[in-house]
Unconditional design. Structure first.
Length: 546
């Protein structure tokens, strides 16, 4: 999802109203595993509505009498349901439809359901809402993250159940439809066009996308690691085509950088593309990112938002969070990838500039834990701590592991067959890092990822020093007090720079007590002392004035 500006995030976090991302999921959904969706939708632009049919093929995990699908009653109405041989009865509540099977489906058996429905749009294009957006200019676009797919098609709207999808979108034949996977065909009849798309790779429901407009298509080519060319296609508004060429000019390099750093572009047998949309709908939809029109029309080719969405194809699309508590594995990682790409193009200084920007925010800006406490509150899954502090966590992890083990850990993570084209949680990532580095990282993840620190989002270090004669020079006593009470005491490996008239001396200390003193030897009385001047650790260091 689009990375939001700091002021927007801060205002939203401090607001008293918590936006709910969606209804809680019925536990009966755990009784089956979806294999494939065949989705057919006809859009009525004049009425801002749609009618559709979805055929779901699934496998029972436990004996199944009732199959529950996500379906938001505010926008979506189920008309009828059919099994393989008969019409089935069903009941609905605010967020789901419960379908009574004709007979018990035994564990391990495959079954299919066909659901006919219609829906109206109540979505006006805000970033914290979703569904189908019908714009005033006659365009259509979807927004499914985190739990908004259920607003326009019945499905198992849970990120941990991926399936392949065949989609058939019918629109007036004057407009073009972009979607996931590969375009199989376009059927035209009586002034309508049906675009038939298909995915080879499994996809989470929130990443299923439709974007329809009077597009022009721009093309580019990505050369895979084995040299094989793959199509890149950009669906843009005619008036923005020239600026789009500038906005997307580095896209092949984005894919190349991520592929060489981690692994081959995960959907190389399909395509990669961008679709221009209206509203706050910028989103990493699998193989077809939605890019907000204002990003393109601004002509700012230095905006790394487009790279951010591209990077999600490794962290978010290839490996998707097991649930919305772990959204930082998507958003924190993609945000950190921005810093890595800045380093790739501009060196260490450019990298550190982005890290410093994320660190240099008011105390309390990242007041929630990086791992979310709620699976439905929007700002718990998509707040500042998830994006920016999540990226800071990866920056600090890089310092703890060193570059060799850090990048080896990330490569091991994205190439692990347990997670590729599937799902992972924070614990899975932590175990991969421990396996590669052979370090115990429990304490690191506890204090930086899991701990809820409320208004204090980082350790506040108040430091002072005094000197005394020493046989080897000048004895320096550096005292650091962690002013986090009653919050947990951090364990911090801190680089120390002591600035003297004769030069600068460097030290490293481990601060792990509420107040701790360190004995150092320097050549002469210091003029100043800097605690971790290069921001290897997220903290606020304040000199204590007597």
């Amino acid at each position: 999802m689009k990375i939001l500006c700091y002021s927007t995030v801060l205002c939203s976090i401090l607001a008293t109203t918590i936006v709910t991302a969606g209804e809680g999921n019925d536990p009966r959904m755990d009784k089956y595993d979806v294999q494939h969706y065949d989705l057919a939708v006809t859009f009525n632009l004049g009425e801002e509505s749609l009618s559709g049919c979805v055929e779901m093929t699934a496998r029972a995990i436990t004996p199944l009498d009732v199959c529950v699908l996500s379906a938001d009653k505010k926008t979506l109405t189920v008309d009828s349901v059919f099994g393989q041989t008969s019409r089935l009865s069903f009941s609905t509540d605010s967020g789901s439809v419960a379908i009574r099977m004709a007979s018990t489906i035994l564990s391990g058996r495959q079954f299919s359901l066909k659901v006919f429905y219609h829906a109206a749009s109540k979505f006006s294009g805000q970033y914290d809402d979703g569904g189908i957006y019908f714009t005033r200019s006659g365009h259509i676009a979807s927004s499914g993250e985190p739990q908004f797919a259920r607003r326009w098609w019945p499905c198992k709207d849970i990120p941990s159940d991926k399936a392949t999808v065949s989609s058939h979108f019918t629109v007036p034949d004057s407009i073009t439809v972009a979607s996931n996977g590969l375009l199989q065909s376009v059927d035209r009849h009586n002034g309508l066009a049906t675009y038939n798309w298909n995915t080879k790779y499994p996809i989470s429901t929130y990443l299923v996308s439709v974007a329809a407009a009077h597009y022009v298509e721009l093309h580019d080519t990505y050369h895979a690691l084995n040299g094989k060319p793959m199509q890149m296609v950009y669906y843009v508004y005619p008036e923005d085509s020239a600026k789009a060429l500038s906005t997307f000019k580095d896209a092949p390099d984005y894919l190349s950088f991520m592929s060489h750093t981690f692994c081959e572009y995960p959907f190389v047998d399909e395509k990669f593309g961008y679709a221009e949309v209206e509203g706050d709908l910028t989103m990493e939809n699998q193989t077809i990112c939605s890019i907000q029109n204002t990003i393109i029309s601004s002509g700012n080719d230095r905006d790394l938002t487009v790279f951010h969405e591209t990077a999600h194809h490794w962290f978010g699309d290839l490996i998707t969070t097991v649930n919305w508590h772990h959204t930082w594995l998507n958003e924190g990682f993609a945000t950190y990838m921005e810093a890595l790409y800045a380093e790739h193009t501009g060196g260490k200084e450019a990298y550190q500039k982005r890290i410093n920007r994320m660190m240099n925010v008011p105390l309390g800006f990242y007041r929630r834990s990086v791992v979310g406490q709620s699976d439905t509150a929007f700002w718990d899954s998509f707040g500042a701590s998830v994006y920016f502090k999540g990226a800071i966590v990866l920056h600090m992890l890089r310092q703890v592991l060193g570059d060799s083990d850090f990048f080896a850990s990330l490569r091991s993570y994205v190439n692990d067959p347990r997670f590729r084209y599937g799902n992972a949680g924070t614990g899975d990532f932590e175990k991969v890092c421990e396996s590669v580095s052979r370090k115990n990282l429990h304490g690191f993840f506890q204090q930086w990822v899991y701990t809820s620190v409320d208004s204090l989002d980082r350790p506040v270090l108040r430091y002072r020093w005094k000197t005394a004669p020493s046989t080897n020079g000048v004895g320096l006593t550096l005292t650091i007090k962690q002013e986090n009470t009653p919050h947990p005491v951090y364990t911090l490996k801190l680089p120390i720079e002591v600035h003297e008239k004769s030069g600068t001396s460097g030290f490293s200390v481990v601060d792990s007590l509420p107040e701790q003193s360190f004995q150092l030897i320097v050549d002469s009385a210091p003029d100043s002392i800097a605690i971790d001047p290069e921001n290897t650790v997220f903290k606020l260091a304040v000199k204590d004035h007597p």
